[in-house]
Design a protein around this ligand. Sequence first.
Ligand code: T5A
Length: 211
Amino acid sequence: MFITFEGIDGCGKSTHTKLLSDFLNQKGYKTLILREPGGTDFSEKIREILLTSDFNLNPEIELLLFEAARSHLTQNVIQKELESGTAVISDRYFDSTTAYQGYGRGINIDLIKICNYLATKGIKPDITFYLDLEIEEALSRSKDRILDNIEKSGNNFFEKVVEGYKKIADEEPERVIIINANGTIEETYNQIIAHINKKFFSNTSSNNNEK
Ligand code: T5A
């Protein structure tokens, strides 16, 4: 089982990644939470370069570094864990590159898809939750944090990223589920669990598993 969370910065991905992991543990699954970029020593080093260094990277270098981090994580962790039956839950995966470097930075989407395929060897999530949240609300939820390099890109950039995510969801409605993340943590959680129950535990009542 491979599940990913997507959305703009501050939309609640980390929160719901952990809550879903707890839910699946209660169902008897061994889970592994990952984040992108990151998840291996190599990919965490790339994360530092991308998010906090002052190299002033151009969009193409940004793309290649995100994909290098992803390739290392997929080859060394995701593929093996999925083969051994672990439920892998990742805070971001290749849709982030399509939304941020493709729609956000303006790199050709077909090129992005090729790079995503190279980095993942075609390994796709079974289900992806796009947490849909107003940009202003996302900013206000994370207003006390120091902004990383991508977060400094401004509202115009984030509007393009949001539009990109909506196009991704339109193209793959079976895989990419849009979740309204404007409500409370519990309201968002209940929507996610309803979809998980429907997809993986269709004989289980969602009411028994609500937070
Ligand atoms: N990136 C990444 C690319 O450009 N291309 C790529 O290919 C990839 C993989 C990574 C950055 O890299 C970019 C995208 C990003 O800019 P990151 O540090 O991994 O950045 O994390 P972010 O995506 O920025 O996410 P954050 O950690 O900032 O936010 P989350 O995880 O979405 O949100 P979370 O869960 O930490 O919640 C934020 C706050 O809101 C509260 C939480 O308690 C928390 O305080 N909250 C709620 N408050 C009210 N109501 C709710 N429903 C709430 N849900 C959560």
